[in-house]
Design a binder for this molecule. Structure first.
Ligand SMILES: [Zn+2]
Length: 142
């Protein structure tokens, strides 16, 4: 059985259970599915927003939660490595420098450095693209 989120022509949403995708199509074209609110038979599958799976169920044939976390951490440290190698480090001047680049007052380049949450928010509001740098901050470990 498959559960579908359905929507009628009047935008009423409701759930329906079907033997499968084909069964759904057949029943709809035969007019067997009616909206419980307005009895319209003009129903279709509602688009579902993508969501994050938080279930603790084990995935079949797969990556355990711990492995998944390790993969993400490895990915993040790679990102950090890439940034540290290729980006200009501007330290606590990050907000100023990002702004100058954004407004064309400094050479366009990729930079990284420290910014407070407030600074980052201000930058984003001004349309400057800012992203937090993932991974451990080596400079603070010393
Ligand atoms: Zn309806």
């Amino acid at each position: 059985m498959i559960k579908y989120r359905l929507i009628c022509e009047q935008d009423h949403e409701f759930d329906g259970w079907f033997a499968g995708s084909d069964a759904f199509d057949d029943q709809v074209s035969a007019g067997e599915i009616a909206c419980p609110y307005c009895e319209s038979t003009k129903v279709q599958k509602a688009l579902m927003a993508p969501s994050v799976v938080t279930s603790k169920r084990k995935t079949s044939g797969g990556t355990s939660p711990t492995e998944a976390v390790e993969q993400v951490q490895m990915f993040m440290s790679k990102v950090r490595e890439h940034v540290e190698t290729n980006f200009d480090y501007v330290g606590d001047q990050f907000a100023n420098e990002a702004r100058r680049i954004h407004y064309g007052e400094a050479d366009e380049r990729e930079i990284y450095g420290e910014a407070t949450l407030d600074e980052a928010k201000d930058l984003i509001e001004e349309g400057v693209s800012v992203a937090p740098l993932p991974g451990e901050d080596k400079s603070k470990a010393n």
